[in-house]
Ligand binder design. Structure first.
Ligand SMILES: [Zn+2]
Ligand SMILES: [Zn+2]
Length: 273
């Protein structure tokens, strides 16, 4: 009899422990998921959450809350999960940001010097044509990512020739970088453009190095969007709050009330800054 009561108590205690353990597991797995993948689309994250819930029979997970909890731990290691919207692929991503100093150290330890050089050659090859193009800002279809901010897959792979990386290895590295969202395959896989991770983590570098513009709202590099010539500032189309009244009338600058120019291309050849 005593044994049965005792056994019951242990069982109760055990179920409470597994509950705690599961909670710990979900949070732990969530952090592991980000450490492993570093950059995931909203759809991928949703899919992972659903799978974990089914597997562990855990209660529904609030995505934003899970990110907040993970960031509380990540903060001690210099990481943060950030949300970023990619204008070229029209999708939301979550990525693991490392702060600048850590990033430099990180890049040094995970990428070889040759890989680092290769990466920057690719950036250069993608951005140079954009800088040199004479866009017609009055033409609505002037800017097109596949046309102006991308290079052919073969030219990308061939850039390895300018480094110490063997061409076969170069192809493998480019493939990896595409999987890791540093670059994005477009045009049915024939071309690559900047990936969401490059935009998110290298924006300030790109702005500095190529004299590109920063979006006033999200601070990320802005190739195309709205422009206030009086304030000399720009916004991504998605970054400017649009309500039903502004849909009909011209959009106005939030600082000076001047009408904004739409569909502008910021390659420093077209605008006056
Ligand atoms: Zn923006
Ligand atoms: Zn203005």
């Amino acid at each position: 009899m005593i044994l049965i009561v005792f056994g019951k108590k242990i069982l109760q205690k055990k179920s409470k422990m597994t509950e705690n353990l599961e909670h710990f597991n979900v949070q732990h797995l969530f952090r592991q998921f980000f450490l492993k993948n570093q950059c995931v689309s909203d759809a991928q994250l949703e899919c992972w959450i659903n799978r974990i819930q089914q597997k562990l029979h855990s209660p529904p997970m609030d995505k934003e809350l899970a990110i907040m909890n993970a960031n509380r731990i990540f903060r001690h290691y210099g990481f943060t999960i950030r949300k970023v919207f990619s204008e070229s692929i029209d999708e939301t991503f979550y990525y693991l940001l490392t702060n600048d100093i850590e990033d430099a150290l990180n890049a040094k330890s995970t990428w070889t010097q040759a890989e680092n050089a290769f990466y920057h050659l690719l950036l250069d090859a993608i951005i140079q044509p954009f800088l040199e193009n004479d866009f017609d800002n009055d033409d609505e279809d002037a800017f097109n990512v596949a046309k102006h901010l991308a290079i052919g897959m073969t030219s990308a792979n061939n850039l390895a020739r300018n480094t110490t990386i063997a061409i076969i290895l170069g192809e493998k590295i480019v493939k990896n970088w595409i999987n890791q969202h540093w670059f994005k395959q477009i045009d049915s896989g024939n071309k690559i453009t900047l990936g969401v991770r490059t935009i998110a983590q290298k924006s300030s570098y790109l702005i500095r190095k190529y004299g590109l513009s920063a979006c006033k709202y999200c601070s990320l590099v802005c190739f195309h969007g709205f422009f206030c010539s009086r304030c000399n500032v720009c916004w991504h189309e998605k970054c400017l709050p649009v309500n039903s009244t502004t849909l009909l009338s011209p959009l106005l600058c939030s600082s000076c009330d001047s009408p904004l120019a739409v569909n502008q291309i910021f390659n420093n050849k077209n605008n006056n800054n």
